[in-house]
Write a protein that binds this ligand. Structure first.
Ligand SMILES: [Zn+2]
Length: 175
């Protein structure tokens, strides 16, 4: 079968870094000279599909990655489709110093929260309401924030309560 402009062929696309479907745009002396990539739409010189050379047989096999435990299928597929030549971006961007500090602070806060709740002298948790009478050391069970420990109170009606994720100022009755 003789190929002619408008026919579809597989060819290498440098923009896609892959073999993709192309439409033949021009043929000179029976040779395809120009094609248009169906994937990215770029027109370029025809490059035949790369013939596997010695030592490259494994290249195709790596594209068929097994999905490991805990890996999202979509992620794996996206990685498999990514051209091998492009440098793979880091899985997670390096956290900034501020982010690390914040993470450390919240980890410390959670430790503090856990310790306060588990201390032997911790009173029974009481359901939180804005009229609850609180003193430092009390334990409340908040419908949204969960268990919290009263860090301090301010007359007439403020309590600083440490919850698992952060410390919050809540309304209460200070006696
Ligand atoms: Zn392309």
């Amino acid at each position: 079968m003789v190929q002619q402009p408008g026919d579809r062929i597989e060819a290498r696309c440098s923009r896609c870094s892959d073999c993709t479907g192309h439409i033949i745009m021009a043929i000179v002396n029976g040779e395809i000279v120009k094609v248009k990539c169906c994937a990215c739409g770029s027109e370029h010189k025809y490059r035949p599909q790369r013939v596997a050379k010695k030592g490259q047989e494994g290249t195709a096999a790596t594209a068929v990655r097994r999905i490991g435990a805990g890996e999202d299928r979509k992620t794996v597929m996206a990685e498999a489709e990514r051209p091998a030549r492009a440098p793979r971006p880091a899985a997670t961007p390096r956290p900034s110093a501020a982010t690390r500090k914040a993470a450390q602070n919240s980890a410390e806060a959670e430790q503090r929260w856990r310790k306060s709740l588990e201390r032997p002298s911790a009173p029974e948790p009481r359901p939180y309401s804005i009229t609850i009478e609180l003193a430092a050391g009390d334990v409340v069970n908040h419908p949204v924030f969960g268990m919290g420990v009263v860090e301090s109170v301010t007359r007439p009606d403020k309590a600083q309560v440490l919850f698992r994720d952060s410390s919050r100022a809540l309304r209460c009755t200070v006696v």
